[in-house]
Design a protein around this ligand. Structure first.
Ligand code: SAM
Length: 221
């Protein structure tokens, strides 16, 4: 694959139509300064998530996997003033850095970060009778992706958009018996997605500055 070309085209798209402002740039810098892994989505994907949020007229978004709040900021920016984005994050340091970044971006009244393991927090959201979300972005640890999807369905309504990142993993998903549990995790998720009659779904391959991967997109019927 021509990684150099993919990177150049990604830069072209970002400079043209997905430019980062100071808050987004500072978020990327905060990841570096705090020794957090640079595993946020890229700017073109952030803008793509914005487009999807607009497309489904999102007022309430759930994100599973905050990191430093980079994707959170992209999505929260297209919510109305009375909108809400709840983001679930396991690592207290990531949650703390994300909260600072979200405040810097002026989104603290819209975004709520919940700290803990998503598989503990998701049942609480269901139990609390949280109103269904219009869009759900799954981007946390990969082994329980299938379980995250099942909880996402419980927190949805007809029309909810469910997006899951990193479901192709440089084509490693083609090997059903891969030894990496992140690969088998997304493989299990992809199979469940395909078998779930309650959604209309597809997967798009993603190429660019980051490695070859894929994003699953599903609409609840
Ligand atoms: C790929 S990063 C998220 C990137 C972020 N969505 C972005 O693009 O800016 C995955 C995040 O999920 C968090 N995470 C890992 N396991 C988790 C779990 N069990 N519950 C909640 N969050 C978890 C990690 O700490 C990490 O911050």
């Amino acid at each position: 694959m021509n990684q150099q070309l993919f990177e150049a085209v990604d830069n072209y798209i970002c400079n043209l139509i997905a430019t980062e402002d100071d808050a987004l740039k500072a978020t990327i810098e905060s990841i570096e300064t705090n020794g957090i892994p640079q595993i946020s989505i890229c700017a073109s994907q952030g803008k793509f998530l914005q487009v999807l949020a607009k497309l489904c007229n999102a007022k309430r978004i759930l994100e599973i996997g905050t990191l430093a709040g980079y994707s959170t900021i992209w999505m929260a920016r297209v919510l109305p003033k009375d909108g809400k984005l709840i983001s679930l994050e396991y690592e207290p340091l990531h949650a703390k850095v994300a909260a600072e970044n979200i405040k810097r971006a002026g989104l603290e009244n819209i975004v709520e970060i919940q700290t803990g393991a998503a598989l503990d927090l998701l049942p609480k959201l269901v139990k609390d009778g949280t109103a269904p979300f219009d869009m759900i972005f799954i981007d946390a640890d990969k082994p329980p992706y299938a379980e995250y999807f099942q909880w996402a369905l419980k927190l949805s309504r007809p029309g909810t958009l469910i997006v899951a990142d990193n479901v192709i993993r440089e084509g490693k998903v083609l090997n059903e018996n891969h030894e990496d549990d992140r690969v088998t995790g997304v493989h299990r998720f992809n199979k469940l997605l395909a078998a779930t009659k309650e959604v209309t779904a597809s997967i798009i391959q993603t190429i660019g500055a980051k490695e070859h991967d894929g994003m699953a997109i599903a609409v609840v019927n």
